[in-house]
Structures are given as C-alpha cells and as structure tokens.
Design a protein around this ligand. Structure first.
Ligand code: GDP
Ligand code: MN
Length: 476
C-alpha cells in the first residue's frame, strides 16, 4: 500500500509490515498467518521497506473496520528478525571494509564525555541508541530535543548525554512514551555534502536479494517512494552469481555518485552486499549513505536485521541481541521457552503454535471478545512450562479469563492437563478457565481435568471455546 508493489511491497510482507499491507490488500488473512510463522513482537513497530520501522498509526488501513480479525494482526507485529543497535551494526560493517565514522559507545554521561575527548575530532556526533529510526527528530522525556546532535565541544557531549541516557526517546517510529536509552554512540562527525539511500533486502518477488537505492536519502524513504517513485532504483541480485560489477556501478550512478566517487560507492555497495550474505542478513539499510566534501562515501547510519533461521551459524551475532527494549514479561517468558505477546483485551490465550495463536485471537474477536495477550508454548512441552505460563498469564491484572487452546500433535495433552491442574491449585486461580484440548492423548487429558474437582470449563472446539471464554467475561 505504501509502494506500488514489486520489491517494496514484498519487503513489507517480509518485514511483518505484511500485516499492514495485508490489511489494505485483500490477502490480509493469508499474510497474517504467513507472517506469524515464527516469533512475534508486540511493539507497534512495522518495518518499512528498508526497514525503518514506522508506527502503526501511520497505517490506518481503511479496511480495518471490515476485518476485525486482521485488526489483531496489526497489533501483533511479528518479530522474525534479530535487530541490532546502530553501533553493533557499524562494528560489523567496519570489520568488513565498509566505511563508517570512528566511534565509541558509552552508557554513562561521563563515559560519553571521555569518549568525545578521546576521539579528538573536529566535530562530534552524539547519537542515542535505540532500535527505532527517526531519532534525529525525536524528543527525550528529559525535554531534550533530537536524538542526534552535532557539537565541537566534548563538554557539550557530556551535557547532552546526561539528558539522553536513562530517559525515553520518542520518535515517530516508537510507541508514544518512547524507548529508554541505555547507550549513546559518540562518533567523529563528518561533513555531508549529499545524502542518498541504500538498502539490501531479501525480496520475495525475485526470490533473492535486491538492492534498493535512491539519490534522495536522509529523508523518509517512504515519502520519496510515494511522491517520486522514479527516484527509487532497484537491482535484483542472483544469489548464486553474486553482485555484478555492472550492478554496483549502475546503482552508484543512479544514486548520483560522480567521477571517482562512483567507483568508491560501487565498492562500498559490493562490500555491503558481501556482508549481507556473510552474516545472513535479511536487510542492511544505510540512510544516509552519504558523500563528504572531501570525496568520501560513508555509511552515516546503519540498520541490519538478521534471519533468525541462521542463528545456529551466526552465534556471535545473536549473542549481541539487546533484549533491553523488550517488555520484562517477554523476557521472563523467553526464559521458559515461551513466547508472550501482550494485547489490549481481557482474555488470556494459552496456545501452541503461531497459527493457532492467530486463529484463537481471531475467533475471540469474531465472538465479540478481546484477547489480553497470548502465550505460545511452542513444540516440546514440559509440565513446568505450563505452570510458568499460567503464572505469567495470571500476573497480568487485565486478565479476566483464560482460554487454553492446545492442539496436541507432538504435544501430549495429558501433560498439559496435569500442568493446568497443578497450576490452578498452586496459583489459586481466580479467573474463569476455558480449556480446549485436541489431539494426542486427549481422552486421558479430559479425565484429568474432569476429575480434578476444579472449576474448569471444557470446550469441544475452537468456536465453542471462544464463545465460552467471551461469555465468562461478559457475564460479570
Ligand atoms: P535517524 O534519524 O535515526 O535515521 O539517525 P541518523 O543516523 O540517520 O541521523 C539523522 C541525521 O543526522 C542524518 O540524516 C544526517 O543528516 C545527520 N547526521 C548524522 N551523522 C552526521 C554526521 O556525522 N555529520 C553530519 N553533518 N550530519 C550527520
Ligand atoms: Mn537514518
């Protein structure tokens, strides 16, 4: 919807922006389940092409009112990719021959001051480190305006860092209250004579990587795509053959790099592409991909996302995962191999598998209720996980009922049933509990629940379960 289609639209699909693009496209529901295959993140972050995330409010989606089920989807932005902070991405880039500014990272104002002195630069740029973009125009809860500051005085770096670290930075891509800043980057500032945009994305349409660039960088690339689509250039890359010199050269030219800068830009583009492959990225975005008056091509900003499927062979990168921007409950859930997503309603959903999670949320909506959260148990289940799951779900004060919807394929329903009864007793469950189990060993599971003497409402199928759960909260 934001772009005319092609690579951009596909990328929206990749990025979980799918959920949004899916709403404006008739494929809404299909996208929803596709996008939800692995992992989710509740953040109101919907990645734009090239990945700068944008707030969902940017995407009102006129069809929302017709598609209550898909509305859920907008709220459930899936997290399918590891996202690193700028300083982490830039470290990877500089280690691989990509030109970035010299920098230090600091987590106190004093460290920032020391770093600024150590840099011994003509000018310094101080940048708050959060995963969202649009920092330049952001505002801190301390009152400070701007998440990116230029100064010549190291002392000012210290003063500004004091107003950044520990405060929330709100940008148009963060939730309203902003995101807490724990670290700042202190870098050598360079003059910028021209700002272009460059991204490398995994593109579904071309079944492989695509280079996306625009001579109009620095600004909101979506805006460029909307107003000047002719200024967006793409190069599909054959993943077997790799990037061709001619492609890198053509992109450099399209970005407006002239004379010797053209070769330099092409070289940077190739290095970025090689990095993209090497680290199993799904996206490398550089905005601005800039030019200095001294004739250098420099990556001034960096955003890299990684394919979670590659975790097994990218251990060092995944070890950098900064979970500090997660909600505490998400991290707590992750400790038990559970995936937690908070939502706005009052019915907690305890499910196994992404598809079932989506279906459960949808059917609650269709029956007039609203999910409070969902907790995905995944595949290999232990009784203790069920207990922890209940503990997490009931800790949420907005939960007025719990709906368990588990399909036992690999999962043995009896284990679930034992976990449920144990949790109910130990946690002295105060809210109505509706349970729908299906699949492996379901009869034994039913017996366990029925003989438990606990006030558990059984449901025969998903529809029945949703109706009973919704009824249990509306009765009150
Ligand atoms: P974003 O707002 O989160 O995308 O953060 P960026 O890293 O892109 O910084 C925002 C803007 O600050 C950039 O578009 C540049 O215009 C400017 N900026 C960042 N670093 C430098 C620098 O070293 N020198 C100059 N002159 N401007 C910079
Ligand atoms: Mn930027």
């Amino acid at each position: 919807m934001l772009f005319g289609g092609g690579a951009f639209e596909r990328e929206l699909i990749h990025e979980g922006g799918a959920l949004v693009s899916g709403i404006s496209a008739p494929r809404g529901k299909q996208m929803l389940s596709l996008s939800a295959m692995r992992g989710y993140r509740k953040k109101a972050v919907v990645c734009k092409p090239g990945g700068d995330p944008s707030p969902e409010s940017d995407h009102p989606g006129s069809l929302i009112s017709d598609l209550p089920a898909s509305l859920t989807a907008v709220q459930l932005t899936p997290r399918r990719w590891l996202n690193l902070q700028e300083y982490q991405s830039k470290k990877l880039m500089s280690d691989n021959g990509v030109k970035v500014q010299r920098f230090f990272v600091a987590d106190t104002a004093n460290e920032a001051l020391e770093a600024a002195k150590k840099l011994n630069a003509k000018e310094i740029v101080l940048k708050a480190q959060i995963l969202a973009g649009g920092r330049g125009k952001g505002v801190f809860s301390s009152g400070l305006k701007g998440g990116v500051h230029l100064t010549k005085d190291p002392k000012v770096v210290g003063q500004l860092a004091k107003q950044m670290i520990g405060y929330n930075l709100a940008t148009k891509q963060t939730p309203k209250e902003g995101v807490k800043v724990n670290k700042v980057m202190v870098a050598e500032a360079l003059d910028i004579s021209r700002e272009t945009y460059l991204a490398i994305l995994m593109d579904r349409a071309s079944n492989g990587p695509v280079l996306v660039g625009s001579p109009q960088g620095g600004v909101d690339i979506e805006e460029v795509a909307a107003t000047n689509p002719e200024l967006i250039f793409k190069e599909q890359i054959d993943i077997i053959e790799g990037i061709k010199d001619s492609q890198a050269q053509r992109m450099a030219e399209n970005l407006g790099f002239l004379g010797p800068l053209k070769n330099q830009a092409a070289d940077q583009i190739k290095k970025l592409y090689n990095l993209f492959l090497k680290i199993d990225a799904t996206q490398v975005e550089v905005n601005p991909f800039g030019e200095t008056p001294e004739g250098q091509v420099v990556c001034f900003d960096a955003k890299i996302n990684f394919d979670d499927n590659a975790e097994f062979r990218q251990k060092d990168i995944f070890a950098m995962d900064d979970k500090s921007e997660n909600e505490p409950i998400e991290n707590e859930a992750a400790r038990y191999d559970l995936k937690y997503i908070g939502l706005d309603g009052n019915i907690a959903c305890f499910v196994n598998g992404a598809g079932l999670a989506m279906a459960t949320c949808d059917i609650i909506f269709l029956n007039g209720g609203k999910p409070a959260n969902f907790l995905d148990l995944g595949g290999g289940v232990k009784e203790s996980q069920v207990y922890q799951a209940f503990k997490l779900l009931t800790a949420d004060p907005k939960v007025e009922a719990i709906l368990v919807n588990i399909f036992g394929g690999i999962v043995n329903c009896a284990i679930i049933a034992n976990g449920i009864t144990k949790a109910c007793r130990e946690l002295e469950l105060k809210v109505p509990l509706v349970v729908r189990l299906e699949g492996t060993n379901v009869h034994e599971a039913q017996n366990i629940l029925n003989n438990s003497g606990l006030p558990i409402t059984s449901a025969v199928d998903l529809e029945d379960a949703a109706k009973k759960a919704v009824a249990s909260v509306t009765k009150k």
